[in-house]
Design a binder for this molecule. Sequence first.
Ligand SMILES: Nc1ncnc2c1ncn2[C@@H]1O[C@H](COP(=O)(O)OP(=O)(O)O)[C@@H](O)[C@H]1O
Ligand SMILES: [Mg+2]
Length: 631
Amino acid sequence: MVKDSSFGKLYRLLAGDLRPQLGKLVLVTLLGSVVAFGEKAPMLLIVPLFSRVLFSAPAGDAQQHNPAMAAVLELFDRVLAQVAPWVSSDATGNGGEQGKLAVLATVAVLMFLLTALNALAQFVLTLLSRWVALRVVVDLRQRLARHIIGLSMRYHGERQFGDVLSRISSDVNQTLNSVNLTLKDLVQQPLQLVGALVVAAIVAPLPTLVVLVALPLVIAPIAKLGRRVRKRSTKSLASLGASLEVLTQMFTGIRTVKAFRAEERELGRYREVNEKYLGAAMKMVRAVATIEAATTLFSHLGFALVLVVAGWATLEFSIFTSAGEMATFFAGIGMIYTHVKRITTAVNHVQESAGAADRLSAILDERQDIVEHASARAVHSLGRGIEFERVGFTYPAQALPALSGVSLHVRPGETLALVGPSGAGKTTMIDLLARFIDVSQGRITVDGHDLRELKLDDWTHMYAMVGQVPFLFHATVRENILYGKPSASPAEIEAAARAAHIHEFIQSLPQGYETIVGDQGARLSGGQRQRITIARAVLKNAPLLLLDEATSALDSESEAEVQRALDGLMRERTVIVIAHRLSTIRNADRIVVLDRGAIVEVGRHEELLALGGHYARLHAMQFRAAAAAAQ
Ligand SMILES: Nc1ncnc2c1ncn2[C@@H]1O[C@H](COP(=O)(O)OP(=O)(O)O)[C@@H](O)[C@H]1O
Ligand SMILES: [Mg+2]
């Protein structure tokens, strides 16, 4: 039912992480049983204490019509005969006050020892169950991150960072709560409920049976309400994700926000999504509150009913032989309702997190589209070059293809410039080569072999890429350059930095190569950052170089410096360069002109100019100013 599907979801999500913890889970259940038993066992001392020690015993056990209770009394008598023979020999209650006090003290000590043992078991139980829950959740986080990072740019292109963040942080936390509750309350409480039932059944079997039959009447309506909680939890989690997204945007775009004095506007947007979250969360809270109120109502109603029926039965048929029995029975029944309440609360919390489990399962169900086949072949050179064969690519949820029918041979060692208006598909071509995405139609081959049949590691080693926005990790300059070849020696790093014309600058930094640079690279200019990413590419020393407008975001002075760094890098390699700079394009062996996802012209600069087509128009528009400035 409802319960099953919530726990089912949770289980499906965590099955892989739970399996290694099986031994510990069994231990948790065992400890839970010990604690449950330890908490309930002392209750069984009430009746013998009442009838043997505190009050006058009934006129013999012949009157005891309940075999289980009789057995407990007999056991007590036997133990008593061992521990305090003077009392049992005087069990009629005539005198022996001194002895009775001693028995009382013995029972108290016993109870204390039992409780101490219980407390120890509880301590270990909490420690162990929390550890298992944390372990499982940490493993889940790692598994999610691994899965997400493995997804292609097809996924990352349309996914929002805040959404991913909220899933890995708050959805996983919700799951942690669920696992904690399941291991703690949902292991212990049902056991304790059974313990209380056993106690009540020993004292008064028939009335307990009646209560047991009536119990589902309390639980059924509560379970029905649970479904609502689940639906609402999914909604409230989604709006939490949306609010994180706004926050992420606000701080990644902090310079823009400040430049436009848009702080209040952004905070307003944040408030708006937060209010939406509050609304969605309150809807869920209302469902939870209803359930809790209903549980209280039904359980107390049930208890009142038991009180009336059992009281009436006692008056009419004297089903209880002593006050002690009756007191124990009611204590047991009272506990049963307390445990039912705890169980429903815990189940509710698990329902609340079912939405989170759903959202996480959705991530894990996302297909890994860039995969390496078992039979993938090694690749160590470009051989006869790269061939685009009628390549087409359409982004998900996009009506028009970004590329269609693109056929092109990239010769080894040549420098190929890609030009075309923005949105023509230049970056898509580079991304396909880098296997950030895979073709929708046609194929790309390297030395005659389909790119998709090559070992991913091998192919990634074949190219170095420098993009438009230089990204530096929040780490030292050295670590940032090392990204290109983790095994490089300090001398190799320095040589790469020299080749990228950035060595002198790095040395002028306060800690040289050990200076920390941020992901936003606040301490470095765009040109300096770009030259560090070029040093990275130099260090990688791959035969294929992919350059996507590496200088377009720079001022002309840094552009010249970066260009010098690039010129060195481009020598003696196969280069595919998306450029807006006339000199780069002029020096290219061939120019490929793209327009609306198709190749429209291929040739050298002069040839294409003479053609008077796309390139000539593009040149007239884009390069006239640059050409004039260069004269
Ligand atoms: N992640 C993406 N999701 C959907 N459409 C995209 C994505 N990236 C690019 N496009 C679309 O694909 C087309 C080609 O884009 P792109 O290759 O980036 O062009 P260029 O680099 O030539 O400016 C454009 O119409 C663009 O809107
Ligand atoms: Mg582009």
